[in-house]
Design a protein around this ligand. Structure first.
Ligand code: FAD
Ligand code: NAD
Length: 518
């Protein structure tokens, strides 16, 4: 059993008191942590009042259940009685009551689309919303889908109302290969915009175009070999996925369309897809932070773009728990990179283990070879092409997004004059990759690092303070009056919020600041 202290949560000084979107998290009563909720759901109590029966809920019925002690909420067509959960909700009862007796899907998606409510609230499930009859929009389209198979050269479009033009796809074959071609009509596409998963009978290729997701999702008509290649032809915005046939026979059709095949929807509506990755290694980096290496399954092509995070999912005492983590490169220095370890098969994470936390102790318990579910990437960070000054303000594990940014900037950005990292930690022992950072600063004259400690020992000769206007105004000196600047900031929420306020006071514009939050 996990050792979760039963004091008020989040603890008074905890970063968890305010969430990234500025929503205040409320202190919860003793015994109302997430772990306590999981225990409650396992207690066998009837949390719906329906003794395990599921019912069909009409809109009229839903509306009636709008009080704290009788509160039903609909999320994606499923109705939950959230009254027993009220006191456990980290955002507080009032926040939950905003959706009382109504469809809370949009509200839920705005705040925490990645939270696995199906698992967390499964004991509160009342049933489904009663479905109103609908008429198919396009009879012919419907008929094709019912027929089940996609004929060669079929190109159907599910057009998004706004945003970029919908991509389309086609396929062709040789004796040994089947090539799926996606026409995106976007010229700036990179290899990390395409995520391919081939597992059992399902073949999925998700292409991210701006804030939209285009999905190909098919049960292939014939078997293929494990390895496939993905190529992006940038100047024409074309993606080619070459599959190797298992047998050299001619395919009459590509396969049978599966859920959401050929759809083009805003990314926030697309749902997160997880694949199981194997734990390959785990090594100590500091007294409480470890470098985890996970291996993608052979049927997956996935590269996490710089500055983006993924969600890791574990089942803890029967409930699926999901937390965000930012992949890093395995080191900051090229000589540490393992030869023959192709980067695109492995994902590395620097993760701090909180002894009283819910997720990280469980992660720490995993044995080499165990499986962890990893989501597709999320995040809004885009590194500008032309920059002269890059300033990174990191606190604790808020260092993680800076790792790939640093690597990318120093290798790819020829316009850069200066990259400066100010790294805030409590003590010297907490500094992640200190010697690598110092070595990098020694080797690359464009890079500087400064460590600032909030609770050092008496031997510490460096800066001893929290983030402050004086500290930042001295640190953030442009290399010239007109230099193009980007400041990235990441750490505990109060740190990030305070930092942003100071940066605005120092007259840095919104476009010059990127803060990393959930
Ligand atoms: P939690 O259960 O959330 O606990 C967190 C803190 O609260 C701990 O100090 C714990 O001791 C305390 N606590 C827990 N329960 C109680 C209680 N009942 N009473 C009092 N105190 C309590 N982290 C990384 O290490 N690496 C990353 O790369 C990384 N990337 C991230 C990316 C994003 C976009 C975001 C938003 C966060 C990221 N994080 C990262 C943080 C990570 O998602 C988790 O929040 C973190 O690992 C803690 O999870 P946990 O479940 O172990 O701890
Ligand atoms: P920590 O508690 O060890 O604190 C590190 C430093 O942050 C401190 O030395 C101090 O300088 C500063 N700090 C802490 N609390 C502060 C406060 N209330 N006000 C001002 N400054 C404060 O940090 P940690 O345990 O490593 O936590 C790292 C945080 O970064 C977590 O909250 C995690 O969720 C967040 N994180 C976010 C992302 C992201 O959003 N992309 C990525 C990684 C980590």
């Amino acid at each position: 059993m996990l050792n979760v202290p039963s004091q008020s949560f989040p603890a008074p000084s905890s970063q968890q008191r305010v969430s990234s979107e500025g929503r205040s998290k409320v202190p919860l009563k003793p015994g109302r942590s997430l772990m306590d909720w999981i225990r409650m759901t396992k207690s066998g109590k009837d949390l719906t009042g329906l003794k395990g029966r599921l019912i069909e809920v009409t809109e009229e019925e839903l509306k009636k259940h709008n009080k704290k002690d009788d509160c039903w909420i609909c999320i994606r067509g499923c109705v939950y009685n959230v009254s027993p959960y009220m006191e456990y909700h980290p955002g507080g009862e009032d926040e939950l009551m905003r959706a009382a007796g109504s469809d809370g899907t949009d509200l839920f998606d705005q705040v925490h689309r990645w939270v696995n409510y199906e698992s967390m609230l499964k004991e509160c499930l009342i049933g489904r919303m009663a479905v109103k009859p609908t008429v198919p929009k396009d009879y012919h389209e419907e008929k094709k889908i019912l027929n089940g198979m996609l004929p060669k050269s079929q190109v159907t479009d599910t057009l998004a109302k706004e945003g970029p033009i919908s991509p389309s796809y086609d396929w062709f074959q040789t004796a040994s290969l089947v090539t799926i071609v996606i026409y995106t009509k976007q010229k700036d596409l990179k290899l990390d915009s395409v995520i391919v998963d081939h597992q059992y009978d399902s073949f999925r290729a998700e292409t991210i175009i701006k804030d939209y997701s285009y999905l190909i999702h098919i049960e292939l008509s014939h078997e293929i070999q494990e390895d496939f290649s993905v190529r992006v032809i940038q100047n024409v915005g074309k993606i080619e996925i070459a599959l190797k046939k298992k047998e050299n026979t001619s395919w009459e059709c590509l396969g049978r369309p599966l859920e959401n095949h050929n759809s083009f929807v805003p990314k926030k509506d697309a749902g997160l897809y997880y694949r199981k990755c194997q734990l390959i290694s785990k090594e100590d980096v500091t007294h409480d932070t470890k470098l985890f290496c996970l291996m993608l399954p052979p049927g997956t092509h996935l590269q996490v773009p710089t500055g983006q995070h993924v969600y890791l999912k574990l089942t803890i005492t029967g409930t699926e728990i999901v937390k965000p983590y930012t992949p890093v490169s395995d080191s900051l220095l090229p000589e540490f990179k393992e030869p023959g370890f192709p980067d695109n098969r492995y994902i590395y994470f620097l993760i701090k283990i909180y002894p009283a936390g819910l997720f990280t102790p469980e992660l720490d318990q995993l044995q080499i070879g165990d499986l962890v579910s990893v989501s597709s990437p999320e995040g809004s960070f885009k590194i500008p092409q032309e920059l002269e000054d890059l300033f990174l303000l990191a606190a604790g594990t808020g260092f993680t997004p800076m790792v790939k940014i640093l690597n990318y900037a120093l290798i790819n950005m020829s316009s850069l004059r200066k990259v400066k990292l100010m790294f805030f930690n409590k003590t010297e022992d907490d500094i992640i990759w200190r010697s690598q950072l110092e070595k990098l600063a020694f080797n690359d004259k464009r890079f500087d690092v400064e460590f600032v400690l909030s609770a050092p020992t008496s031997e510490w000769k460096g800066k001893k303070e929290h983030i402050s206007p004086g500290l930042l105004s001295e640190f953030l000196k442009r290399s010239s009056d007109k230099s193009r600047v980007l400041i990235c900031i990441c750490g505990p929420t109060p740190f990030t919020e305070q930092g942003i306020r100071i940066l605005h006071d120092l007259n840095f514009s919104k476009d010059e600041i990127h803060s990393f939050t959930a």
